[in-house]
Design a protein around this ligand. Structure first.
Ligand SMILES: [Ca+2]
Ligand SMILES: [Ca+2]
Ligand SMILES: [Ca+2]
Ligand SMILES: [Ca+2]
Length: 299
C-alpha cells in the first residue's frame, strides 16, 4: 500500500505519553563493527539555514551556519561538529538513546534544541544554549517506543513554532504541533501506510511556495518530495529519481562551501557521508561522496 497523507487536519487524538511501550524501535542503533576515533571527520562545510523553517534551522551556535551532531556508536560519546573540521566532545552515555532529532527552536528562545528518546521510550528535550551545547534536559513523557520514526521538521502549521512528525508501528503518521514552550499540543493523524517509508527529513521550503516541505526515502530505495500545505498536511508526493539508498537523511540548508546556489541541500548519512544537492523546484541531485563516517550517527 502506498503511503498517503491527509491534506486537512482530522481525527483529533490522544496527547503525549499514552502510547503502548512494548514495540521495539526499528531505529535503534545497530552494534557497529568498527568506529572512527571520536569526532574524527574530514569535511569542511558552511551551510545557511533553510528558508521558511523555524529558525535557527540546523544552527546550534547562532553563527548562521548549519551544524551537525555526531554520536560515536562504539563509545556513546556525543560530538558537536561546527563544520570546521573540529569535533567538540559534549559528553558520554548517549548509547542509551534510540532516536535523535532536531532542527529549529522548540522552547521560544531562538536557540535550536535537541530531542532524544531513551531505551525506555521516554522522549527528552535538551534545550540548546546557542553555543553548541545544551542545558538541563526535561522529559516530554513516555510511550515513544511505539514510534518508528521521530522527526522535528520545522514549522508545518504556519505559526512559526517547530513541529514534530512521528510514524508508529502501524504506519500511521502523526503531527505533534509545537507550542513554542518546549512541548507539543494534541497530536493529529495526518497519514497512513508510512511503514514503507524508511526515513524522512524536513527541508524548509524547497518548492518556493512558502510552506515547509519534506523529503522521504522508502524501503524500495526511492526518494519522494512531500509538499507542505501550511496547514499541517501535505499535497501529493512527487518522485525524486536517481538518488541512492541511505540509512538516514539530514537537512542542512544550502551548503555554501560546496555548491552555494540558494537551493537547500541534504546529507545522506551512513558509512560515507554524501551531499544531496538541492535543485530548482525542490529536486535533489545525485549524491557527492564525502568523508567516511562509519560507526557514527549524524543528526
Ligand atoms: Ca552554526
Ligand atoms: Ca530553544
Ligand atoms: Ca508549527
Ligand atoms: Ca513548499
Amino acid at each position: 500500500m502506498r503511503p498517503t497523507v491527509r491534506s486537512v487536519l482530522a481525527m483529533a487524538a490522544a496527547g503525549l505519553g499514552l502510547l503502548a511501550a512494548s514495540v521495539v524501535p526499528a531505529h535503534a542503533a545497530a552494534k557497529p563493527t568498527s568506529c572512527l576515533s571520536g569526532g574524527a571527520y574530514s569535511a569542511i562545510w558552511t551551510a545557511e539555514p533553510a528558508d521558511h523553517a523555524t529558525r535557527p534551522f540546523g544552527d546550534l551556535n547562532r553563527d548562521g551556519r548549519a551544524d551537525l551532531l555526531q554520536r560515536n556508536n562504539c563509545t556513546g560519546n556525543l560530538y558537536y561538529l561546527p563544520g570546521d573540521q573540529s569535533g567538540v566532545l559534549l559528553g558520554g552515555g548517549w548509547n542509551s538513546m534510540t532516536a535523535f532529532t532536531r532542527h529549529g527552536d522548540l522552547t521560544g528562545d531562538n536557540n535550536e534544541d535537541l530531542l532524544a528518546r531513551d531505551r525506555d521510550g521516554v522522549l527528552w528535550l535538551y534545550p540548546g544554549n546557542g553555543h553548541g551545547s545544551f542545558g538541563s534536559r526535561t522529559s516530554l513523557g513516555g510511550g515513544w517506543n511505539s514510534m518508528r520514526l521521530i522527526k522535528v521538521v520545522g514549522d508545518l502549521t504556519a505559526d512559526n513554532r517547530g513541529d514534530l512528525l512521528a510514524t508508529d508501528s502501524n504506519g500511521a503518521l502523526w503531527l505533534y504541533p509545537g507550542n513554542g514552550h518546549g512541548s507539543f499540543g494534541n497530536r493529529t493523524q495526518i497519514g497512513s501506510a508510512w511503514n514503507s517509508i524508511r526515513t524522512f527529513a524536513g527541508m524548509g521550503d524547497i518548492t518556493g511556495d512558502g510552506h515547509s516541505d519534506l523529503i522521504a526515502s522508502d524501503t524500495a530505495n526511492r526518494f519522494w518530495r512531500y509538499p507542505g500545505n501550511g496547514q499541517g498536511g501535505f499535497g501529493d508526493r512527487a518522485p525524486l529519481p536517481g538518488i541512492a539508498d541511505y540509512p538516514d537523511i539530514v537537512s542542512v540548508g544550502d551548503v555554501l562551501s560546496v555548491n552555494g546556489d540558494h537551493y537547500n541541500d541534504a546529507l545522506g548519512t551512513g558509512h560515507i557521508l554524501t551531499l544531496l544537492p538541492g535543485t530548482k523546484g525542490g529536486g535533489l541531485g545525485a549524491g557527492w561522496g564525502g568523508p567516511d563516517m562509519n560507526g557514527t550517527e549524524l543528526f
